[in-house]
Design a protein around this ligand. Structure first.
Ligand SMILES: NC(=O)c1ccc[n+]([C@@H]2O[C@H](COP(=O)([O-])OP(=O)(O)OC[C@H]3O[C@@H](n4cnc5c(N)ncnc54)[C@H](OP(=O)(O)O)[C@@H]3O)[C@@H](O)[C@H]2O)c1
Length: 303
């Protein structure tokens, strides 16, 4: 079946924007719900996109939104939740209850394909509530009759990311960078590759019911990535790795500040290496390297 109409939940965000652009370039009609129309301004110029103001958590909202679409892509995700059992109320709502509602709505409307973006190393016994709630979300989205395709990216980089840009921004302001968990390992994947895999998975019926890990070509320590972000943005800085106890103090302080640059739960996520077990990307794709891509936007963005 040719996929012509796709609902992209979370389509206004960093990865969602790349996915929407990619689908539009392939001639697909895309609907993007958003809680605030201002979040979707940048998508209004795209020719085959319809923006809908909606609270996807409201009763009946998922059923209303999925109607008339051949496929649904769910990208809703958050990094912080108020504490609570078992994952905290905000993680429960965004990562578990919403995927469950979307799967049910797809069943009700006869939607052909469902793609769900989770996170690499999501697991019921992961050290962070974020990763545990993502694992519960994978189970919840699989409860319906529809067989979802689950994508598990490592950290994603690209213009507008909140990873390399965060460290490049700090390097511009600070003479040195005190870094929690400097030994944590990541295998960053380019946002363009993530969008391309999602578009290709939609075109491949055999990807239904499969789970794919998404990574770049190489793994790095957080220390190496922060050094790279600082250098490529034009602000090379010494990186001072903090010992575990100080990392926890730093996270406990930062989570109390507006913007929550880092929380103790984020720190716990980094106790597992975010690196792929097998090939970096599915469908025989060759991933783009961070060295080749990041220089093109980091320096102009952080001049
Ligand atoms: N970025 C990464 O490095 C990375 C790595 C691994 C996994 N992921 C996963 O990939 C997905 C997309 O990540 P991203 O970086 O693109 O996120 P993002 O930029 O923060 O975008 C999140 C999107 O979800 C919507 N959203 C956020 N909170 C919501 C809530 N409480 N209720 C309903 N909608 C909400 C936002 O829509 P509106 O504000 O317009 O309503 C926005 O479109 C997430 O599931 C994330 O966990 C990301």
């Amino acid at each position: 079946m040719k996929i012509r109409r796709v609902l992209v939940v979370g389509g206004t965000g960093f990865i969602g924007t790349a996915v929407v652009r990619r689908l539009v370039a392939e001639g697909v009609c895309v609907t993007v719900p958003t809680r605030r129309l201002a979040h979707a301004q940048h998508l209004l110029v795209l020719p085959t996109v319809e923006i809908v103001r909606a609270d996807v958590h409201e009763d009946g909202a998922a059923a209303r939104l999925v109607r008339g679409h051949d496929a649904v892509v769910n990208l809703v995700g958050i990094l912080h939740s108020r504490p609570g059992s078992p994952w905290g109320p905000d993680f429960a709502r965004a990562h578990v209850e919403l995927p469950r509602a979307i799967a049910r709505a797809c069943d009700g409307a006869g939607v052909a394909r469902l793609l769900h973006v989770s996170a690499l190393k999501a697991s019921r016994d992961a050290p962070s509530a974020y990763l545990r709630s993502k694992a519960a979300g994978e189970e919840a989205i699989g409860e319906g009759r529809i067989a979802p395709t689950i994508l598990r990216p490592s950290v994603v980089f690209g213009p507008g990311d909140s990873f390399l840009n965060l460290f490049a921004g700090l390097a511009r302001r600070l003479p040195l960078l005190p870094l929690a968990c400097p030994q944590a390992r990541f295998q960053p994947v380019w946002v363009g590759d993530v969008a391309a895999v999602i578009a290709e998975a939609l075109a491949r019926p055999e990807s239904a019911g499969q789970t794919y890990e998404l990574c770049g070509p190489a793994a790095y320590s957080l220390r190496e990535l922060v050094r790279m972000a600082a250098a490529l943005s034009g602000h090379p800085r010494p990186v001072i790795g903090l010992p575990d106890a100080l990392s926890r103090v730093q996270a406990a302080l930062l989570e109390r500040l507006p913007g929550q640059l880092m929380t103790r739960d984020n720190l716990a996520s980094m106790r597992v290496d975010s690196v792929c077990a097998g090939c970096a990307l599915p469908f025989g794709r060759t991933p783009a390297s961070i060295e080749a891509i990041a220089a093109t936007w980091l320096a102009p963005a952080h001049r």
